[in-house]
Ligand binder design. Structure first.
Ligand code: SF4
Length: 278
């Protein structure tokens, strides 16, 4: 018999991984959402997504990378962390989260196995996320200082969080092929955001490289040689219609960086506030 567990906010009994449209709070997909099973299909479904809502629905049911599908579903069923063993796991790709009319896109690396892969929301359910959301709240982007679960009332204004890779990778290391396959979703995120976009904030060198690669694929003008990542590094990219978009770097909010004080709350806030100022 299929195992069901109560969602931590709604109490709804759900299987892991959760099927699209089963009642997970904020699930962007339904039973009829088209599923990408190959890189070619990712490219086609991304390119034809008419808006952010449909793009995220399609992302959230993607099955194009066999290794990552296996890993995310294994973690969601038999590999749950003991402290979360009584919760249902999302077990699907992490859709973007935030303001569909955002002027700022935040590009992360990939979901964590017991974070986004459990909660279904970017940077939610792990210590990296705790550090980030506190800063987003201090600087006025996030309604709440914490993000613990879908359905908790968290809202982002003016910002949407995306990622280089949308499925939790083993050892946090997606392969080059997986990064390339997933890039098509990010390219479409850039294209749909472009009319209102002012800045792209990249967490870590991988987020920086993913944003540059996606911008190039979207036809933006990217300086050469490739701009180097650094904390508070900044470069202007030019969209096909001639608009300048700031690309800004920030050390990743990983425990490795925050516990060692390589990235402090003040450093994070300074970068975030520079984005608010435009
Ligand atoms: S990593 Fe991206 S392309 Fe690969 S299965 Fe997940 S969502 Fe699809």
């Amino acid at each position: 018999m299929e195992r069901l567990d109560p969602h931590p906010v709604t109490g709804a009994l759900l299987p892991s991984p959760v099927p699209p449209g089963a009642g997970w709070p904020g699930d962007p997909a339904g039973p009829d959402t088209p599923v990408a099973t190959t890189a070619a299909r990712v490219r086609r479904l991304a390119a034809t997504a008419p808006d952010v809502a449909e793009l995220q629905a399609r992302v959230s049911v993607c099955r194009a990378c066999p290794r990552l599908v296996r890993w995310r579903e294994d973690v969601a069923t038999t590999g749950r962390r003991a402290s979360f063993a009584d919760q249902p796991y999302w077990g699907r790709p992490g859709p973007s989260f935030g303001d569909p009319d955002a002027e700022v896109l935040l590009v992360g690396l990939a979901p964590a196995a017991n974070g986004t892969n459990r909660t279904g929301r970017m940077f939610t359910g792990d210590s990296s996320g705790d550090f980030l959301w506190a800063g987003l709240h201090r600087t006025g982007f996030a309604a709440l200082p914490t993000s613990v679960a879908a359905g908790d009332g968290q809202v982002l204004t003016g910002m949407r969080i995306v990622a280089a890779v949308r499925c939790a990778p083993p050892k946090n290391e997606p392969t080059p092929t997986e990064k390339e396959t997933c890039r098509s979703w990010l390219v479409r995120d850039l294209e749909l955001a472009t009319p209102r976009l002012r800045a792209v904030l990249c967490l870590g060198a991988i987020g920086w490289d993913a944003a540059l690669a996606a911008a190039t694929s979207a036809g933006w003008d990217v300086p050469r040689p490739k701009p180097r990542f650094g904390h508070a590094a900044e470069v202007v990219l030019t969209t096909p219609d001639g608009r300048g978009i700031r690309l800004v770097g920030c050390y990743h909010v990983s425990p490795h960086n925050t516990f060692t004080k390589r990235l402090t709350p003040a450093m994070l806030d300074e970068v975030l506030l520079s984005l608010r100022a435009g």
